[in-house]
Design a protein around this ligand. Structure first.
Ligand code: ADP
Ligand code: MG
Length: 245
């Protein structure tokens, strides 16, 4: 297991007394995510999982409190400036751009790429099993391949924090395991701090070391996945996973 910031890139993420609202929907997040670990963020639909990631990514701005990545308060930074990459459930790709270009965007938003960039892109495509598909458009790929392209883009973007918002929820179980194992091995190689939103207890159990359980816009419980999946978590969490989530 990757535990240390041997390469100096491991950073913790902290929401420090963050409050936020969408009209009537209120959120209060005070929680830290351990550097270089994978934390599963779980909780019922509407509990605020995507909102939490969007606050870290900078797609939403807290009403009060601070968002810290490492020691930096990134609260005022636009998403592109933050040391994060994000993969969504779907619509990660630009439909009119090839696989190679979609991955290249991770390196340069204007696709002005050097030879070294092209070499890194080729490496990321090989690593994610996409060699030979460089020229394809997203509509010419399977759902699993499209999510691989999104992961290849994360690799060339090379940021220390990875935000995954139910990235494999639309895939079947076998393909999902395959993708989770890919995430776990990328994580082991790079030591990224990963916030992994999932509804699937077996997926969290497969790759996450920590669990953060949300309920109704707040952090209801946190713990190690070892404890939580051995049944040592709070009653509400046991009920949640027992209900098949
Ligand atoms: P989750 O990802 O856990 O399902 P979300 O963070 O997406 O939950 O949403 C939490 C709550 O905030 C929900 O009640 C949802 O309806 C509301 N919400 C989410 N996004 C928006 C938005 N852009 N505008 C207004 N309300 C929103
Ligand atoms: Mg969501």
């Amino acid at each position: 297991m990757s535990d240390g910031a041997a390469d100096g890139k491991g950073v913790a993420v902290r929401l420090d007394k963050v409050s936020f609202s969408y009209g009537e929907a209120l959120f209060a997040f005070d929680v830290g995510f351990t550097a270089t670990q994978i934390t599963a963020i779980m909780g019922p639909s509407g509990s605020g999982k995507s909102t939490l990631l969007n606050l870290v990514a900078g797609f939403e701005t807290p009403r009060s409190g601070r968002v810290l990545i490492g020691t930096a308060d990134v609260g005022g930074d636009p998403p592109a400036m933050r040391p994060v990459s994000m993969v969504f459930q779907e619509n990660n790709l630009f439909a009119h751009l090839s696989v190679q270009q979609n991955v290249g965007l991770g390196r340069s938003p204007s696709l002005r790429l050097t030879e070294a960039d092209h070499a890194d892109i080729a490496g990321a495509l090989a690593r994610t099993g996409l060699a030979g598909k460089e020229k394809r458009l997203p509509r010419e790929l399977s759902g699993g391949e499209r999510q691989r392209v999104a992961l290849a883009r994360v690799l060339v973007r090379d940021r220390p924090v990875l935000l995954l918002d139910e990235p494999f929820a639309s895939l079947g179980p076998a393909l999902r395991d395959d993708m989770l194992d890919l995430v776990a091995s990328l994580h082991a190689e790079r030591g990224m701090t990963v916030l992994f939103v999932t509804h699937q207890p077996q997926d969290a159990r497969r790759i996450a070391q920590k669990v953060v359980f949300l309920d109704n816009g707040t952090i209801a419980a946190t713990g190690t996945s070892e404890d939580f999946f051995a049944g040592a978590g709070p009653e509400a969490f046991r009920r949640y996973i027992g209900a098949g989530a």
